[in-house]
Design a binder for this molecule. Structure first.
Ligand code: GUN
Length: 284
């Protein structure tokens, strides 16, 4: 058996075409959706992610405003910028690229973003609403994964979803989103003994740890859906996921590639949230 590939690039293209129509309609109604992106320091990966987000905004008709700060910026200056953007009517979404330098408290930054402009879905208000099933901005990577699985026509209710990784950005919330869709969810992480014994029970396996090729064919139940969130740079400069793609595709039923899998869907959900924020703020 060779797994069917779930192309995030193709799904993202389709969804972004619809989002461009929505952005154009909002603009015709006098509201041009705007996203403010704050980038601190000079981490090359963060710069590259932010560039991708800005390019995607331009393609669907969202204005983006980039604010870059040196790594040595003090926390209060950063918080003051966020407070200014919170009341800027041209800005509907605010994104602070993570990680931040160690001397800045990530929680203070996230909690300063107005929840109605928190298009990352990281503010505790949005996290809490997501947990209890209220309307909220959903975090972009988990939401992108959910849409990919649903769009591939895979039933979720009653399935065993195993999540590898427990980050606040991906692991924890993705489990919650699949629980909302009536999956049975198991979380695993670096302290889980005999990881393979648990991942082999997964109908849907979601891997988000950032370790190149951690997951091999011995971790996979034949026919399983395997979602690879990892983006790791190898010594030869190539990107690879947390899953050993070539070996696992002989066992899995469905797989996402890296690159071209979850990444483009993450950005697409950011665009979706920004347009939704613009719509909601305009209706106030
Ligand atoms: N760093 C890695 N992923 C993300 C994300 O989804 N949002 C932000 N703001 N920073 C990140």
């Amino acid at each position: 058996m060779t797994a069917q590939i779930i192309s995030g690039t193709e799904m993202a293209r389709t969804i972004r075409t619809a989002l461009a129509d929505e952005a154009a309609q909002l603009k015709a109604d006098g509201v041009e959706p705007g996203l403010a992106v704050i980038l601190v320091g000079d981490d090359p990966a963060s710069h590259s992610y932010v560039k991708g987000k800005q390019k995607a905004c331009a393609e669907v008709g969202i204005r983006s405003f980039l604010y870059t700060f040196p790594a040595a910026i003090d926390e209060e200056t950063l918080l003051a910028k966020i407070r200014e953007l919170n009341v800027d009517p041209a800005v509907h979404g605010i994104l602070v690229q993570l990680p931040l330098p160690d001397h800045i408290c990530e929680w203070s930054v996230i909690e300063t973003i107005a929840p109605e402009k928190d298009v990352d879905g990281f503010h505790p208000i949005n996290v809490g609403k997501m947990m209890i099933g209220q309307r909220a901005f959903l975090p972009c990577t988990p939401h992108g994964i959910l849409v990919m699985v649903q769009s591939a026509g895979i039933d979720i209710a009653g399935k065993h979803v195993v999540v590898v990784g427990r980050s606040n950005i991906v692991g924890k919330p993705v489990g919650q989103l699949f629980l909302r869709e009536h999956a049975t969810v198991t979380y695993t992480h670096s302290k889980t003994p005999d990881l393979a014994a648990i991942t082999r029970q997964a109908d849907i396996l979601i891997v988000a740890v950032g370790k190149a090729r951690l997951i091999g064919p011995e971790h996979i139940k034949p026919g399983a859906v395997v979602i690879d969130v990892g983006v790791n740079r190898l010594e030869n400069g190539k990107l690879c996921g947390d899953v050993d793609f070539d070996a696992v595709k002989e066992v899995a039923g469905y797989m996402t590639p890296v690159p071209g899998g979850v990444g483009p869907m993450t950005i697409t959900m950011l665009l979706h949230n920004t347009i939704e924020a613009a719509r909601q703020l305009a209706a106030k």
